[in-house]
Design a protein around this ligand. Structure first.
Ligand code: ASP
Length: 333
């Protein structure tokens, strides 16, 4: 896709037109459309997950396979990163070995910022700390649009993100994405789980600390796991009292006379933020999100591989000749 970024760090890297094309393309791929990749070369993609993952890593692996690409799972633990090599040099190595795209997940937020100006390789963010998880948000938008009869039908609908919004990278990506399509977003949870400085954005987001009010106002709920690994201090509530106040079960839905689809990026802690009964029911959309994740990630890989960006690799390939001429490493004659 011409103009598609070579580093997809967050939703803000994409124009609305890119997102609409991704939604369309994911739908085509789901209906069996063949891959659209450059003919001259086979696709090679590496995943480098420096934090645990089940869904994201394997759905990328499936997407690569369905695009008839070659997948390398780069093991950072056994790599020269452990000998002190920088991430940039590691990525350059992958690039010169012929890898087209590297999908990276890191514990640290904003780790990819430094590569944006001179991409050593094309990169898709598979989740960085509590910052962004753009591919998750895009597949969520796709699943929502499928459920509600197209992206246009989402205009005016209300989606409540319930739980640990503050520490969730998925929430931050959804906050950047959903309002672009006219979706009202409610951030709902205990006060300590609401993002900081949200007061500055009250024109864009509604905040609710009351689950009954949230359920009544919503057309869909998007539940989150408590992100304990990202908490700097312990969670004040116990899991049992969290479940009682915030866990979604049929009793709370009935009390508010609501039946609505329930989304979750996974992994879900069943018995905490959601009941087993809901997970076993038809309103649980998480399996559909997982199914759709493969098609949306195929569409994203395709879009990046065909963006016609030639400026990938070492900085020495990108600077004008006169600067190179002054470089002693090149003056070997
Ligand atoms: N799988 C999502 C993520 O990587 C959500 C989560 O872990 O709770 O951010």
């Amino acid at each position: 896709m011409v103009g598609f970024p070579s580093i997809l760090e967050g939703i803000k890297d994409l124009k609305k037109g890119h997102i609409l094309q991704l939604l369309e393309r994911a739908e085509d791929l789901k209906s069996g459309s063949p891959a659209r990749l450059p003919l001259q070369k086979s696709l090679a993609v590496a995943t480098s997950f420096l934090e645990h993952s089940t869904r994201t890593k394997h759905s990328f692996a499936m997407a690569i396979k369905r695009l008839q690409g070659f997948h390398i799972d780069f093991q950072a633990e056994n790599s020269s990163l452990k000998k002190g090599e920088s991430l940039e040099q590691t990525l350059l190595t992958l690039h010169y070995q012929g890898i087209d795209i590297c999908i990276i997940r890191t514990k640290q937020s904003h780790l990819l910022d430094e590569f944006k100006e001179h991409p050593p390789i094309k990169i898709i963010n598979g989740g960085d700390g509590s910052n962004q998880h753009p591919t998750q948000a895009l597949l969520d938008l796709y699943t929502l649009s499928e459920q509600f009869g197209g992206v246009e039908s989402l205009k005016g609908k209300t989606v409540a993100i319930v739980g640990d919004c503050r520490h969730s990278r998925v929430t931050h990506s959804l906050m950047d994405l959903l309002p672009q399509f006219g979706i009202n977003v409610i951030l709902s949870g205990p006060k300590e789980f609401i993002p900081q400085n949200i007061e500055d954005e009250t024109n864009k987001f509604q905040v609710s600390n009351d689950i009954d009010e949230t359920i009544k106002m919503s057309d869909a709920l998007y539940l989150l796991r408590i992100q304990s690994e990202r908490h700097t201090k312990g969670f004040e509530d116990t899991l049992t009292s969290y479940k009682d106040s915030w866990g979604i079960d049929f009793e709370k839905l009935r009390k508010n006379e609501k039946s609505l689809p329930i989304y979750h990026p996974g992994p879900a802690n069943i018995g905490v933020e959601v009941s087993q009964e809901i997970v076993d029911s038809e309103i649980w959309m998480a399996h559909e999100q997982v199914r759709n994740s493969v098609y949306m990630r195929m569409a994203i890989i395709e879009a990046m591989i065909t963006n016609e960006d030639q400026k990938i690799g070492s900085i020495y390939n990108k600077v004008p000749g006169d600067i190179c001429a002054g470089n002693s490493r090149l003056n070997t004659k």
